[in-house]
Design a protein around this ligand. Structure first.
Ligand code: BGP
Length: 467
């Protein structure tokens, strides 16, 4: 008997900027990524999402492949500037139609859409004219955008997520300066992040007021942190890392408040986040229906007396990643006994069971969807076939780890590998592949099923028994 419930949502995920292409088609406005990726030195060898997998023009072919794969659900995101090209004003009906047609196409095959409202592509106009996430004005703008989504798609979409990985787009966008808008300032990062939580709470409130029939959640990175030794310093550093990486991002949406100790630390040291009247109540009254978790790796943590920096491996040259962290607080270090990908991400499936159970313990038995999980690799092509056996091995182990968490009582309702198809990796270009479907760049972006495609088909058919 399968440990997975019979209505378990076997899916796969993508995100608008990474898959759609058509960056200026049919009235779409520019996004922050359209602009940022064209600035010299920002992405791996200047790669960008101008064309990507051209899913915008080929979505019917892609959805037919999803159906062939047997997917029960598809997680995608909407490009905000496709719907609202300018700061205010007219809705771009061609953009609305694209997602409407996509949703209809999915439903035609019985594939449940899971819609993410914000997977990092902000209308550039909102960045230029109000200052993006640093301005409270963005809260109204986001609510207006959410309202349009509910009005146009609320009759067909039942699973909604407001934000994808706030830690990444605010952390890399405002703290390490590696994502747009390229700011490096902890104070500004924390305040921008606060506006995201408030925009989220407002969108949840509107969802409920409008009586949209469905569930609404938030998607976070799920990264268990473990101390590299049992020394008191390392354990303490690890607790702080777990509070910063996990509790700071889960508590506001699942408890409706920040973790008190860390909030006090931030407000004392930096004077942020600044609350406006009503913020605390809004957060408290708009807890999520579910949490989406994106799991790739665990991080080992050590006390940090030397490292101050965030140099990541974005080339796929194994071992080129450096230790990263904040001096005096903590650093992320390599596990000498760990298995690693070419991008120096630790492969640690037990961490998925572990992290789900940590969520379960801290927030109760909240419904969980694994909204991303996958292996980034340069897939070998042998006699024209894409033989991505390492991906199969990675996914198998992580599906087993998900099953373990279900056995332990966690309410896990779906599993969406990243990604359905090969697409753009933000800072790592097209060479970091994740998909079940390969894109032949040299052959007009022709789609080709990888070895993992047939394997996942069997997994879905057997409801996770045949791994
Ligand atoms: C998550 C993002 C995805 C995707 C994935 C893989 O952080 O939500 O959009 O990119 O990670 O990351 P990367 O492309 O850096 O390997």
């Amino acid at each position: 008997m399968s440990v997975f419930p019979k209505d378990f949502l076997w899916g796969a995920a993508t995100a608008s900027y990474q898959v759609e292409g058509a960056h200026d088609a049919d009235g779409k406005g520019l996004s922050n990524w359209d602009v940022y990726s064209h600035l010299p030195g920002t992405t791996y060898m200047g790669t960008n999402g101008d064309v990507a997998a051209d899913h915008y023009h080929r979505f019917k072919e892609d959805v037919a492949l999803m159906a062939e794969l047997g997917m029960k659900s598809y997680r995608f995101s909407v490009s905000w500037p496709r719907l609202f090209p300018k700061r205010r004003g007219e809705v771009n009906e061609a953009g609305v139609k694209f997602y409407s047609d996509l949703i209809d196409e999915l439903l035609k095959y019985g594939i449940e859409p899971m819609l993410t409202m914000y997977h990092w592509d902000l209308p550039q106009a909102l960045q230029d004219e109000i200052g993006g996430w640093e301005s409270r004005e963005i809260i109204d703008a986001f609510e207006g955008y959410a309202r349009l989504l509910y009005e146009r798609y609320g009759d067909r979409v039942k699973l909604w997520a407001t934000f994808n990985e706030t830690i990444v787009f605010t952390g890399l966008g405002y703290l390490t300066g590696m994502h747009p808008p390229g700011v490096k300032d902890p104070k500004r990062a924390i305040q921008a992040c606060h506006h995201v939580f408030i925009a989220h709470a407002r969108a949840v409130e509107t969802f409920r007021k409008m009586g949209v029939q469905g569930q609404i959640g938030f998607v976070n990175v799920l990264q268990p942190n473990d101390p590299i030794t049992n020394s008191a310093e390392d354990v303490k550093a690890c607790e702080l890392a777990e509070a910063c990486f996990t509790h700071w991002f889960y508590d506001p949406v699942l408890k409706g408040e920040y973790p008190a100790e860390l909030l006090a630390m931030a407000q004392t040291a930096l004077g942020v986040p600044v609350f406006a009247p009503g913020d605390a109540e809004l957060m408290k009254n708009n807890i999520c229906d579910f949490i989406g978790v994106n799991y790739y790796k665990r991080e080992m943590v050590a006390a940090n007396y030397d490292v101050d920096g965030f140099e990541m491996n974005t080339s796929g040259q194994k071992g080129s990643g450096k230790e990263l962290g904040w001096k005096g607080l903590f650093k992320l270090v390599r596990n000498p006994n760990g298995r690693y990908t070419d991008w120096d991400w630790e492969i640690y499936p037990e961490g998925l069971t572990d992290a789900i159970m940590r969520i379960n313990k801290r927030y109760g038995n909240v419904p969980i969807y694994i909204t991303e999980n996958g292996l980034g690799a340069k897939d070998p092509i042998v006699n024209g076939e894409v033989l991505d056996q390492p991906r199969i091995d990675y996914l198998r182990e992580h599906i087993q780890a998900t099953g373990e968490a279900i056995k332990l009582g966690a309410d896990v309702r779906g599993y969406y590998p990243w990604s359905f198809i090969d697409l753009l990796s933000w800072l790592n270009g097209y060479q970091k592949q994740y998909g079940f479907v390969y894109i032949d760049q040299a052959n007009g972006l022709a789609r080709k099923k990888k070895l993992s495609f047939g394997w996942y088909q069997d997994v879905i058919r057997s409801n996770g028994e045949k791994l």
